[in-house]
Ligand binder design. Sequence first.
Ligand code: KIV
Length: 278
Amino acid sequence: MERKKVTIAELHQKKISGQKISMMTAYDYPTARLVDEAGIDTILVGDSLGMVMLGYESTVPVTMEEMLHHSKAVTRGAKSAFVLGDMPFMSYQVGVKRAIENAGRFMKEAACDCVKLEGGTEMVPVVKAIVTAGIPVCAHIGLTPQTATKLSGFKVQGKDAESAKELVQSAKDLEEAGAFMIVLEAIPDLLAAKITEALTIPVIGIGAGKDCDGQVLVYHDLVGLFERFTPKFAKQYINLSPKIREALVQFRTEVENGTFPGPEHTFTMKPEEAEKLG
Ligand code: KIV
């Protein structure tokens, strides 16, 4: 049976009824189709694509054009899943006008269902402005990779009471500002549980323990396609890299020894036509 398009109301209903929400990153058409067909609720076109697809050292260099290019491919493949377009670094920090324009591009050009942006209480005016313009916003706090340098690296956040209280406040402020959902990245499970309990909007965790309303993983971590490093919170469900490498070496070997293409991959001509060809 064909799945209907996932809506914000359904995501909120899942929180109320205690049903967990699934979110997976995807950056291209075939992956979006697979994620969609797996029945996953939401697809995040994360700016993590800068690292796992484009080979950048961090998410900082990712541009609007790169995000839109990938988001367009994803929304062509995702028929039912709710698609989040991740706003890249400096596409929403410079001013609310620029933030609204860029958020609008995710909706108008890439057909995303909402945008996601990183930052706590300081992002309240931006969230308010984008939401007022009619664009749903998912917030993202805790470890915020775009500002990892400011955080002194990719470190777990909110480990002491003071910073934990700040994160609770940020989460509440972002909900108040109109965010419809929030992602918590790399924070202690106890703090994530407190934030989840304190908010009425769904809370999606990545490295934030099991008590969030849902979980997100980076696709390339899940399938073993990003070999540079694996964060502690990522679970690899299948390791595709060695399998793909093996297939590629087999192809090269068969080309070199002439066993590929075989007769089953080859087109033939009628003998009489071949004869005329000379
Ligand atoms: O860009 C991304 O993939 C993300 C997730 C890690 C939540 O922001």
